[in-house]
Design a protein. Structure first.
Length: 23
């Protein structure tokens, strides 16, 4: 029901994944 919170989690996880992948 809360798609915004889900998208926030996806964005955060993807950002962490990209940040971790660059190192």
């Amino acid at each position: 029901s809360n798609k915004r919170s889900i998208w926030t989690m996806i964005v955060k996880l993807s950002a962490i994944a990209v940040f971790g992948a660059s190192f």
